[in-house]
Design a protein around this ligand. Sequence first.
Ligand SMILES: Nc1ncnc2c1ncn2[C@@H]1O[C@H](COP(=O)(O)OP(=O)(O)OP(=O)(O)O)[C@@H](O)[C@H]1O
Ligand SMILES: [Mg+2]
Length: 237
Amino acid sequence: MTRGELRYEGKAKRVYASDVDGEYIVEYKDDATAFNGVKKAQIMGKGEINNAITAHLYPLLEGAGIPTHFLAKLGDREQRVRAVTIVPVEVIVRNVAAGSFSKRLGIEEGTPLSRPVVEYCFKSDALGDPLINSDTAIALGWASEADLTRIRELALNVRDFLVPYFEARGVRLIDFKLEFGKLASGEIVLADEISPDTCRFWDAKTGEKLDKDRFRRDLGGVEDAYAEMLARVTQTV
Ligand SMILES: Nc1ncnc2c1ncn2[C@@H]1O[C@H](COP(=O)(O)OP(=O)(O)OP(=O)(O)O)[C@@H](O)[C@H]1O
Ligand SMILES: [Mg+2]
């Protein structure tokens, strides 16, 4: 498998063409950004860790009936994925109030939600990924009603798999962000990554944050938290 031309460079990953039609190679970088790119740094080892965590979880999600873009881990930083057209809607699933949800609604961080909350944001760096609802995405042609119904169903299925998975490994899954893509066939699949960059993980015993909030909020111990999450994710219970 050889890397072709660079198709897209994001803040955390590079997407390359491959020598197989319909497949891309994703390279995970150590670069970290927060607050829509205002805060920038490197987190040593992050690329390898996020690649390993995603490469561990996606086959398990497939096993739970959730179609994903993941095909294989190629190396420390690289994985082979199915090329998709990314739906320009970020899907956030919340179990416990935190982050922008707490801020926007004045709900104290850590307040459990009586049922999961699915939120949608328009994927736009220029606009700072603004909150939208499903009507907006449909009206503006970003996704069809059927696509969004499927996306919501899959997002909740991901939650139903991940919450007990992490609980068994001493981690509370507070919230997470997913991206979905469309295959040429029209099928919706889970794309992008699931990692401490895209989830809030709190240690079940101590409440310690084990995710990107350590970077966003200057809490220190960022590298250690990412390494700890890789150990937890790959732990057999
Ligand atoms: N299977 C896939 N096919 C095509 N593009 C993909 C696939 N999986 C992920 N991507 C896209 O790769 C890009 C690079 O990822 P990265 O996480 O670096 O982006 P980002 O900086 O978070 O920016 P943004 O997600 O806002 O574009 C993202 O735009 C993501 O949507
Ligand atoms: Mg990203």
